[in-house]
Design a protein. Structure first.
Length: 295
């Protein structure tokens, strides 16, 4: 088992999460299989601290990030006779509930009003094939509400986008997150919340007692899914209401701080705020179902 010191931030785009492992798969199996796409500098299969049995998932760290691209471009993978689920590993600092979900759509907020669908498509195409880019606009004014949805042809492109944050579009910092429908959010909430395990350079450890607590590999290695907050845009099944007033000229102030976690609200009418109004983001009356549209 290789355990060099790894700077989690610097090497994050070189890490691959592998879930759904066979009970017989060990580190040598992962190294032998995933080594075909590049030099591996670290590999670990997560084990129960008491039984020492595999918990069904592990991580591979390559020397170069291009090896992760190559591995992901050759999905699906079968290790020891079992098809596994591979994803780009997300940093432990990521605490938003949606970050580990496998989706093809992203939410893009804090946009300047002059950003177009073409601008979004051009920008995000560097991460993968964009199949749709739609800015949400107010029907009565035909102006941008300052947020949009971009869809890719592959979930891996979305993970690349998340790992590349922050994003600047037309000289303004954008708020970019995975977009989950009500159905997808309910599915996430129905799973048991995992305990957090950190990678600490020399190995993995549980924050509390130096071991690992049981968790579902599907949810990976994230923190428990806590309640979600700020914005709720109800149109089209996604909830992001913090953009109900449209985007100020020059972009949203303090965009990186002002748009934290979000609350998914499901399908329904137009944008409405999920948190109390503030001086920075005043609360207008909720919009009716045809008070918004995508362009």
């Amino acid at each position: 088992m290789m355990r060099p010191f790894i700077d989690s931030k610097a090497d994050q785009d070189k890490k691959l999460f592998i879930g759904g492992l066979s009970p017989k798969t060990d580190e040598n199996s992962l190294k032998n299989y995933y080594g075909q796409w590049g030099e591996i500098i670290d590999v670990v299969v997560m084990k129960d601290p008491r039984s020492q049995k595999s918990r069904g998932f592990g991580f591979v760290t390559y020397k170069d990030s291009s090896s992760v691209d190559a591995a992901q471009n050759n999905r699906p993978h079968t290790v020891d006779g079992k098809e596994v689920d591979t994803k780009r590993a997300m940093p432990r600092e990521e605490t938003s509930p949606e970050v580990h979900a496998a989706v093809k759509k992203i939410f893009v907020g804090a946009l300047k009003k002059d950003v177009t669908n073409e601008d979004l498509s051009d920008y995000f195409s560097q991460f993968g094939t964009v199949t749709d880019a739609q800015i949400v606009i107010a029907k009565d004014t035909n102006t941008s509400r300052g947020f949009a949805f971009v869809t890719f042809d592959d979930t891996d492109a979305v993970d690349k986008v998340i790992l590349a944050r922050p994003h600047t579009i037309k000289d303004s910092k954008a708020d970019v997150r995975k977009a989950l429908s009500r159905e997808e959010m309910n599915k996430m909430r129905s799973k048991p919340a995992p305990m957090r395990a950190d990678y600490n350079g020399g190995g993995w450890h549980d924050n509390a007692n130096g071991g690992f607590q049981p968790q579902s590999w599907e949810q990976g290695y994230s923190q428990p899914y806590a309640h979600q907050q700020p914005y709720a845009y109800n149109g089209g099944g996604y909830g992001y209401g913090g953009y109900d007033g449209g985007c100020p000229a020059g972009g949203w102030p303090n965009a990186s701080d002002g748009f934290g976690n979000y609350q998914q609200q499901g399908y329904g009418g137009g944008p409405m705020r999920a948190t109390p109004a503030t001086a920075q983001y005043p609360r207008p009356a909720p919009y009716s179902g045809n008070g918004w549209q995508q362009r």
